[in-house]
Ligand binder design. Structure first.
Ligand code: HEM
Length: 407
């Protein structure tokens, strides 16, 4: 049952805008900006008929993400995407922290936070540099016309997360397809569930081996030192693997596409390698590849002059929030020199991305290295032919054929 808001009734937004304007592969879906201008926190009708909310303003999105009166439990939210299943979703599988609230979430987060510290991620830097250098060599060997997604953007984060967790990279055939299916917005719930089971079966074998003889990596640490059950360890391992594979890969590929489409910005990065950390923040803001979050009000909450009733769902448009002119001047301009701190590309609040320091290290090494190694890097096909991931939960490109002049 839904209750109308007490604020002056405006027509609810009919559905979550998802269509991007032709020729604008880096901009959020075109319908979001007009909604944000009218009302940064608007009523929205969900595909199952629920009348909930859509937050597009930076301050509204941040406020909801930081407020413990909103729940992340999947079974409490109405799904905003067209074609979503009717009725409540299944609860989060064991180990999927994004679908939990405190105190269950706190227990997992405490266990893992100590493993993902800034210091630890910095220590990984040299290894990331080696992995990036190996893949630049491989790219050169493959020659002009190569797909950058396949040769560079996907394997680098995959290798890094595998080494960090203690998952043999050689097994990637056994987990990459499953991870892809889990992340696809167009797969049926049955297929996604089957992929999750497949990934967990694979992880189950690894956990059994780690219990018998823990190795010196994250899964080994958790197998040795934590009170996690086998089921929890399998769930956490599968979730971390999936979370670390697709997100950073899409930032590398889409970040490259954005820089190739803004040559003056690419030149600025080449000219000044110290710009890298700042450039990464701006690319994270500008592209916001993990674009949408969902929460459900556990009690009545007053926010920005509106009353959100207990049980109502709020969809959080991270991409619209990161283009809010009230927070970022000229938000639609990619400007690597701006201070983009405060963006919401990693979320905010208790669920803020656990892997963000790792992602920053990888991006700040992989992007400048690519543009320095291939000073004349360019697209091998017209930009309009680059296939966009409008069908996936994490946005980006499916393929990015690139070329350069051979020495
Ligand atoms: C959570 C984005 C890379 C692990 C999140 C959330 C976002 C996000 C938006 C919040 C979800 C929510 O509030 O519902 C990104 C982006 C990445 C990235 C844009 C790359 C550029 C990574 C990597 C890992 C990772 C490399 C490594 C394991 C996680 C985990 C959570 C999370 C475990 C859940 C945290 C929690 O619920 O407490 N990420 N992520 N992410 N991310 Fe990332």
């Amino acid at each position: 049952r839904t209750t109308p808001a007490t604020t002056p009734a405006t027509q609810p937004v009919a559905e979550l805008p998802t269509r991007r304007a032709p020729g604008c592969p880096f901009d959020p879906p075109a319908g979001l900006a007009p909604v944000r201008e009218r009302s940064p926190l608007a009523r929205m009708t969900y595909p199952d008929g629920h009348v909930g909310w859509l937050a597009t303003g930076h301050s509204a999105v941040r406020a909801v993400l930081g407020d413990p009166r909103f729940s992340s439990r999947y079974e409490l939210v109405h799904h905003p995407l067209p074609g979503a299943p009717e009725g409540p979703l299944d609860p989060a599988p064991v180990g999927d922290m994004t679908g939990m609230d405190a105190p269950e979430h706190t227990r997992y987060r405490r266990l893992l936070a100590g493993k993902f510290t800034v210091r630890r991620m910095r220590q990984l830097e040299n290894r990331v540099r080696e992995i990036v250098a190996e893949h630049l060599d491989a790219l050169e060997r493959r020659g002009p016309g190569t797909d950058l997604v396949d040769a560079y953007a996907k394997p680098i984060p995959a290798l890094v997360i595998c080494e960090l967790l203690g998952v043999p990279y050689a097994d990637r055939e056994r987990f990459q397809d499953h991870a892809h299916t889990i992340m696809s917005a167009e797969e049926t719930p049955e297929n996604r569930y089957a992929a999750m089971v497949g990934l967990q079966r694979y992880m189950g074998e690894l956990v059994a081996a780690q219990r018998a003889e823990p190795t010196d990596d994250l899964l080994g640490d958790l197998a040795r030192d934590s009170d996690l059950s086998d089921e929890e360890l399998v769930g956490i391992g599968a979730f971390l693997l999936a979370a670390g594979l697709d997100t950073t890969a899409n930032m590398i590929a889409h970040g490259t596409f954005a820089l190739l489409s803004h040559p003056a910005q690419a030149d600025a990065l080449r000219a000044d390698p110290d710009l890298a950390p700042q450039a990464v923040e701006e690319l994270l803001r500008y592209l916001t590849v993990a674009a949408t979050g969902v929460r459900s009000a556990r009690e009545d909450v007053e926010l920005e002059g509106h009353l959100i009733r207990a049980g109502e769902t709020v969809t959080l448009s991270l991409d619209a929030a990161n283009r809010d002119p009230l927070r970022f001047p000229d938000p639609d301009v990619l400007d690597l020199r701006r201070k983009a701190t405060g963006h919401l590309a990693f979320g905010h609040g208790i669920h803020q991305c656990l892997g963000q320091q790792l992602a920053r290290v990888e991006l700040a090494i992989a992007l400048p290295a690519l543009f320095t190694r291939f000073p004349d890097l360019r697209l091998a096909v017209p930009a309009e032919e680059i296939p966009l991931r409008t069908d996936m939960n994490i946005y980006g490109v499916h393929r990015l054929p690139v070329t350069w002049n051979e020495a």
